[in-house]
Ligand binder design. Structure first.
Ligand SMILES: [Zn+2]
Length: 195
């Protein structure tokens, strides 16, 4: 493979592929095989090397560094069971809200381009799952700093925090085929983003 060496941001020399691949992600399963989270491939490798996790699925790529040459994990399983806080929340950002809302404007159903605060921030609206929706540019500018009722607009559904945390995180980026076995509810969510 054609490789070159470029300095990392911390000044260390790190070998990289000629064209750096997009950030790859791995699914982390609890010891019980329950999906727990999504991490970078790099983090997954560290979990495996630190004997905190074992590789369940690997891609046909290799993770390479000066001292390392291991198959790239796509699914890892923690060796020890980790209790998950029941209401641990997913960060509210463009990727996660678009995943929840199927990248559709929650006022008109068009392709969403922005996030909209239902109660505008200027009027004390929080940046929360219950107050942030995906919106198209047209609805966004039409609404301005008004409540939907003041702008004569109606939300298609009441925004709520996602119940399927890991599934939503999976949908907020590229999904590896090897994950689907473990993401039971993914199929329920998937049609919402099929567009
Ligand atoms: Zn719209």
């Amino acid at each position: 493979m054609d490789r070159r060496v470029v300095p990392g941001c911390d000044g260390r020399q790190e070998p990289v592929a000629e064209r750096p691949p997009p950030t790859r992600r791995a699914l982390v399963l609890n010891a019980t095989f329950e999906p727990l989270g999504i991490v970078s491939t790099r983090r997954a490798v560290l979990l495996v090397l630190g004997t905190k996790a074992e590789t369940v699925h690997a891609t046909d790529r290799m993770v390479r560094s000066p001292r390392l040459h291991v198959p790239e994990p796509s699914v890892v399983r923690l060796i020890r069971y980790v209790a998950v806080p029941h209401h641990s929340r997913v960060a509210v950002n463009r990727r996660t809200v678009f995943a929840r809302d199927g990248a559709r404007c929650q006022y008109c159903g068009a392709v969403a381009e922005n996030l909209d605060h239902v109660i505008p921030r200027s009027r004390g609206g929080p940046h929360s799952w219950e107050n942030v929706v995906a919106a198209c540019r047209r609805c966004n500018s039409r609404k301005e700093d008004r409540l939907p009722s003041e702008a004569g607009m109606v939300l298609r559904s009441t925004p709520v925090a996602p119940r399927h945390r890991v599934q939503l995180l999976a949908l907020s980026g590229a999904i590896d085929a090897s994950w689907t076995t473990y993401l039971g509810e993914l199929r329920e969510l998937a049609p919402a983003v099929a567009s």
